[in-house]
Design a protein around this ligand. Sequence first.
Ligand SMILES: Cc1cn([C@H]2C[C@H](OP(=O)(O)O)[C@@H](CO)O2)c(=O)[nH]c1=O
Ligand SMILES: [Mg+2]
Length: 187
Amino acid sequence: MLILLDQDGVLADFERGFHEAWDTRMGNLHPALPLEQRRAFYVRDDYPDTYRNEVEAVYHAQGFYRDLPVISGAIEAIQALLEFGHDVRICTSPLNQYRFCLPEKYEWVERNLGPDFVHRMIVTKDKTVILGDVLVDDKPSVTGTRTPAWQHVIFDQPYNRQADGPRMTWENWNAVLGTVRTFDGKH
Ligand SMILES: Cc1cn([C@H]2C[C@H](OP(=O)(O)O)[C@@H](CO)O2)c(=O)[nH]c1=O
Ligand SMILES: [Mg+2]
């Protein structure tokens, strides 16, 4: 299968990175929301409007995307998927404020998956134009200008539990991906 893996919220732990950076900057005024209480996909929507600028300052900051921790189990699972013979790509959207986010997404992949993996990066604002059998993404609804070729498998996070459909973690990935059908109907 051609497997598209989203980066933030699937491989890179945006939530933990945000939580730690927020507590360092703002914790004395408004402690970071615990992960299990996150409900909105965009972290800014779970914080009071009065903190909008401070929330954005956290992920617009230099080093934020580069230094995100790895979601536990992701690297080992990618190695296993490659060994199974799957074609694995990273399919990620940059912030409109791309100055640090965009190069740092590449740095993150180079650092955590190795320089060869940089070849596997697909950076797009519209994931529906990208071909694949499956897109593993933490966004509850991935939309764009086309009817996607891929099947969306939701990567389980507290803020996407309202969405229907198959959901995956780095514990159950093997079973969940086994249910995805490829273009030609073969598994
Ligand atoms: C602003 C914001 C971005 N992101 C991620 C999603 C995108 O990466 P990805 O497509 O790899 O999941 C990237 C730019 O929006 O940052 C969040 O996960 N939560 C947020 O609140
Ligand atoms: Mg994501």
